[in-house]
Design a protein around this ligand. Structure first.
Ligand code: PMV
Length: 313
């Protein structure tokens, strides 16, 4: 089989994380300056069924059969082989490398699933549609996150800005004007499963407090869609900061995220909020392009371990 190589971008959620788990809309965009890559190479002369997995970031070099059954790499490859109905696999080496930081709300787990499914199916001679790849990626995400909304695997598989409501067909967004964003990392791991479980527990215990917060986030995402499609950048910024206030009330921010949000705003960002599950991970800020470098420097001076500027259209 000819060697192949595929890659997927990272992502950031501009509006509606957490609320999206409960059926409210959310908006996410791909981040193409970070990506996860996987290559598939035949190993002639080695026994059929030998699948070797190498990860340049972790130093992992293992046989697939030695990975835990619920390991996302094993799950992604197994689901793909079962889906395309290839019972006997020829010896293959799979090499993974990534510039998407893990546990930081930028989609590393969804990128891993989506890339492996796209690459392995293609390597086996099947040209799966984005929808098929997305459906399989969602199954892998469930193993890791329990009750994912599906927004991460969807934006990463389709590689386009999306307006997403769980269980409904995805809507692709065409922004009236490109927006410039800065994504800055607290360096604190953000553990999606735990944060989502905390929100669920709070919702169960205090529905009268938590439900309205989630509903307001949904309304903000709905308004933000209109503003993105009409190019009103100032209003997009306001909505982002309003979304952050609600996320704070929901209890998923932390002092380090708050500090970066405040630094972005005082340096001239139009709006800023945490992105992803929170309690660590990254913030996203929307900025005028001419202010981007200055705001990025301020974020780095205020504790960000890294920051990237992206243009999204
Ligand atoms: O995995 P993260 O940190 O990118 O968070 C995903 C967004 C959540 O809304 C918190 C969870 C979900 O499944 O949508």
């Amino acid at each position: 089989m000819p060697a192949i190589s595929v890659s997927s971008p990272g992502k950031t959620i501009l509006f509606g994380e957490h609320a999206v788990v409960y059926g409210h809309p959310a908006i996410a965009v791909p981040l193409t300056s970070i990506h996860l890559k996987a290559s598939f190479l035949g190993l002639p002369g080695q026994a059929a069924g030998t699948i070797r997995v190498r990860n340049a970031n972790t130093g992992q070099d293992e046989l697939l059969s030695d990975l835990a059954v619920d390991d996302p790499v094993r799950a992604a490859l197994q689901y793909t082989a079962d889906y395309v109905k290839v019972p006997r696999l020829s010896a293959t080496e799979i090499s993974i490398s990534s510039t998407i930081p893990i546990a930081s709300g930028l989609g590393s787990s969804a990128a891993l699933a989506s890339t492996l499914i796209r690459g392995f199916s293609r390597y086996l001679g099947f040209n799966l549609s984005d929808q098929q790849i997305n459906d399989l990626s969602y199954e892998v995400e469930k193993i890791q996150h329990g009750t994912p909304s599906g927004i991460d695997n969807t934006v990463i598989t389709y590689k386009q800005p999306i307006y997403y409501i769980k269980g409904q067909p995805v809507q692709f967004l065409k922004f009236r004007k490109a927006i410039t964003i800065i994504v800055a990392d607290t360096g604190i791991p953000s553990l999606t499963k735990e944060t989502v479980a905390q929100v669920k527990a709070d919702l169960d215990q205090q529905p009268k407090v938590v439900k309205p917060l989630l509903e307001q986030m949904g309304l903000i995402a709905k308004n933000a869609k209109k503003e993105l499609c009409s190019g009103n950048i100032e209003e997009i910024g306001h909505l982002m900061t309003e979304n952050q206030d609600l996320l704070k009330q929901l209890g998923v921010s932390c002092p380090e995220l708050d500090k970066l949000v405040a630094a972005a705003l005082s340096a001239g960002a139009l709006g800023a909020k945490l992105c992803g599950s929170g309690k660590g991970g990254n913030i996203v800020a929307v900025v005028h392009p001419e202010d981007a470098e200055k705001i990025k420097s301020e974020l780095l001076a205020n504790g960000a371990v890294s920051a990237l500027i992206a243009r999204v259209e």
